[in-house]
Design a binder for this molecule. Structure first.
Ligand SMILES: [Zn+2]
Length: 61
């Protein structure tokens, strides 16, 4: 399941959200300000791209 990272400019806090929605922004869980989705780079450590792509298929619900 893909994990998205959001950044709240209000309280300057980062929080992560699993693939529940496909939104580009979410209300901050702390101050409810609009938080922007940021690209999470921690997944880039994998050498095989196929793995992460295949894993993103599990969002169907
Ligand atoms: Zn906030």
């Amino acid at each position: 399941m893909p994990l998205y990272e959001f950044y709240c400019p209000q309280c300057r806090k980062k929080f992560e959200e699993l693939c529940r929605t496909a939104l580009d922004s979410l209300p901050c869980p702390q101050c409810a300000a609009e938080s922007k989705k940021v690209l999470s780079a921690f997944r880039a450590g994998k050498s095989s791209l196929g793995e992460s792509i295949a894993a993103s298929d599990g969002c169907g619900g």
